[in-house]
Each structure stands twice: as C-alpha cells, then as structure tokens.
Design a binder for this molecule. Structure first.
Ligand code: GDP
Length: 182
C-alpha cells in the first residue's frame, strides 16, 4: 500500500478591517463572493486540502482575524502555531497599505521568522486604485515577502497565492529545503 502522508499548516491572514480577508478565504475555499459587508467577529477559519505530490497531502488551515482593534484580546491565540503570515491591504485604500507595517510588528511578537506574503486585494477596482503595483513590490521586498495582487470578487491569483505558499511550506517543513520566499 502506498504511504500517503498528511500535514496540517496553519496560516494567518492579517490586515485592516474591510480589505477583503474573509472574502478572499471564502472565494478560495468555496468559490463564493458576497457583496454585503459583514464584519468578522473574533476570527474565522477555513480548510483547504492540497496535494503536493502523490505521497503528500496538506490541509491548509487558513485563519482570518478581525481587523478591528477592539478585538485585540483574541490575537495572541490566533497567531500561535502559524506557519506563515499573509498581510492584506486594499489597493483602493492607502491607509490599509500604510498600516501593514503595524500588522507586521504585531505578528513578529508571536511568530517571527515565518514566510510572509503581501497581498494587494480588490484588483478588479481598477478605476479606484491608489496604491501602485511598484509600491506593493517595494514594500514586499522590504518585508522579505512574496507579493501578489488578487481579487476576492473574480478570484484572480488566489489559487496561485495559496498553492505557492503551500509548496513553500512543504519544502521548508517536510523536505527541509531552506530558501527565501520572495
Ligand atoms: P475583511 O474585513 O478584511 O475580512 O473584509 P471582507 O472580506 O469582509 O470585505 C469587505 C468588503 O469588501 C465587502 O463588502 C466585500 O464584498 C468587499 N470586497 C472584498 N474583496 C473584494 C474584491 O476583491 N473586490 C471588490 N470589488 N470588493 C471586495
């Protein structure tokens, strides 16, 4: 009998309220998009099964935290055990881009030295864009993060983001291959 090994990777999705964290996870895991705004209370989590190769299956446990500062008390438990951090801003909201630095500072207190991903979301809102791709790339370089631009509405680049990250986590934790993730 073939020996299939299963791994569980918890990853945390961070960023200001309203940038589209919950929508990204919902689109990626269930192919759904809801236009109505529903504030996340505490944290949500979703699971996606991914096959790395025929012997290696992963459950990506994707946690999405309420961005509102009033829920700060839930954060330590939320961060604990994360294998990666995904920082999301909204390309139509400069404040959400500026605030990424604070999210990085906070997460670094609990989970330093894990692979980082920076995401500019709402790519479909081209006319309202205020943060350029080159600014996103520059911040990603500064954070030693990999950069993606996504739309939770159309789903563009979500599959790629999570598959690349899962592959990276397998290389790091299963195959013991250490390399940067940029
Ligand atoms: P969160 O607070 O970061 O989890 O943000 P939500 O997922 O709740 O999204 C906030 C609002 O932005 C909702 O009204 C979503 O429908 C909308 N939204 C999220 N992602 C996108 C996107 O990629 N494109 C567009 N046009 N709207 C989005």
């Amino acid at each position: 009998m073939r020996d299939v090994r299963e791994y569980i990777f918890k990853v945390s999705v961070l960023g200001n309220g309203g940038v589209g964290k919950t929508s990204m996870v919902l689109q990626y895991t269930e192919n759904k998009f809801k236009a109505n705004y529903l504030m996340t209370i505490g944290s949500n989590f979703a699971i996606k099964m991914l096959r790395y190769d025929e012997n290696t299956v992963c459950r990506l446990q994707i946690w999405d935290l309420a961005g509102q500062s009033s829920f700060a008390f839930v954060r330590p438990g939320f961060y604990q055990g994360s294998f990666a951090t995904i920082y999301v801003f909204d390309i139509t909201d400069r404040e959400s881009f500026i605030d990424i630095e604070n999210w990085v500072k906070e997460a670094d207190q609990y989970v330093p030295n894990v692979p980082r991903v920076l995401v500019g979301n709402k790519l479909d809102l081209t006319d309202e864009r205020v943060v350029s791709r080159s600014e996103g790339l520059a911040l990603a370089e500064q954070l030693n993060a990999r950069y993606y631009e996504t739309s939770a509405k159309t789903g563009v680049n979500l599959e790629k983001l999570f598959t690349d990250l899962n592959n990276k986590l397998v290389e790091l934790h299963v195959l013991n291959k250490k390399s940067s993730f940029q």
